[in-house]
Design a protein around this ligand. Structure first.
Ligand code: PMP
Length: 312
């Protein structure tokens, strides 16, 4: 795994050495999981000799949505946050593929305990941490998923639409169970028994050329990569894209299946519950989508120029 603790951290307006990047044991973030964040990637574009943050604005949009739902007053403006990401990458002089977290956390709420919400009662802080992250083997070989016995959190309890760090305790239950059972990762069903998502990525199926994606009301994070992939599939593969609920057994009979997200990028799913998806190897349309995706993120597709924030 990448070692993010070796690199400088942006913490509340300052770039500090990692050993100085500390938050309080009295913070709501530590005590109750009071935080929201974004996981972002930047890619090195060899042809243009620049590093490009991928889809920074959509990530900031989602972060502001997460803060709104969680009633957290934003500690910085969008522009300040955009500048902070670029400033932090430059301070570390990263010039290779990398990943970072832009993290908003609730400080100590004093006597108000966990019910304080306005900035007069509980301040929010922000940090950015991360580092280089190389393409993992699973992009080539795919992953084996097992359907979890745990169900996905839902909008009426802990909304999965919000990218709250606390939501990842649900992912952890499923992910640990999957590992204990010998799978690479878990596939989590929602409260209706339909496919929601993986522990940290969205799930898509391809059946007879049609790309099928569980809608954003199926207890999933409103994934930025998912939106990109749905658009790219229609645009470059030229076959139908359908957003509709997806059954577990549709993955058993699908020709191809994909896990997608900023962290997972475009990862082939080769088995589900030890049932081979298609041939049990990464499929041709998944490979094509990977090509299209990596061409865009490295700054070689004009159609996605707007999704790139050049760092240097
Ligand atoms: N679902 C979950 C639970 C995730 O953690 C992620 C990764 N952020 C995704 C989906 C994919 O979202 P995105 O494409 O915006 O990274």
């Amino acid at each position: 795994m990448p070692k993010y603790e070796q690199h400088k951290v942006w913490l509340n307006g300052k770039v500090v050495p990692p050993e100085e990047a500390k938050i309080s044991v009295f913070s709501q973030a530590v005590l109750r999981g009071g935080s929201v964040y974004e996981g972002l990637r930047a890619y090195w574009g060899a042809e243009r000799e620049n590093l490009f943050v991928w889809m920074l604005d959509p990530h900031l949009d989602r972060l502001f949505d997460s803060m709104k739902v969680m009633r957290i007053d934003p500690p910085y403006s969008r522009e300040e946050m955009r500048d902070a990401v670029v400033e932090w990458i430059r301070a570390n002089d990263f010039r290779e593929d990398m990943h970072c977290r832009l993290f908003i956390y609730l400080e100590d709420a004093g006597g108000l305990d966990m019910k304080g919400y306005g900035s007069a009662e509980v301040e929010a802080g922000m940090f950015i941490s991360g580092g280089p992250r190389k393409a993992p083997e699973r992009l080539k070989n795919g992953v084996n998923l097992g359907v979890s016995s745990w169900r996905r959190i839902s909008d009426d309890s802990i909304p999965p639409r919000v990218k709250a760090a606390a939501n990842y305790q649900n992912s952890r239950f499923a992910g640990v169970e999957a590992r204990v059972n010998g799978y690479d990762d878990a596939l989590i069903l929602n409260q209706s028994g339909k496919v929601a998502e993986a522990t940290g990525a969205c799930v898509l199926a391809i059946r007879e050329g049609e790309l099928i994606a569980p809608p954003v009301t199926e207890s999933i994070l409103e994934s930025i990569t998912r939106s990109c992939i749905l658009e790219m599939y229609g645009k470059y593969i030229g076959k139908p894209v359908t957003e509709r609920p997806l059954d577990r057994t549709e993955l058993y009979v699908a020709d191809e299946a994909i896990m997608c997200g900023s962290g997972e990028e475009v990862t082939p799913i080769v088995t589900v519950d030890r049932v081979a998806v298609g041939s049990g190897e990464p499929g041709p349309l998944t490979r094509q989508l990977q090509d299209v995706f990596f061409t865009a993120v490295r700054g070689n597709d004009e159609a996605y120029e707007k999704g790139l924030t050049p760092v240097y």
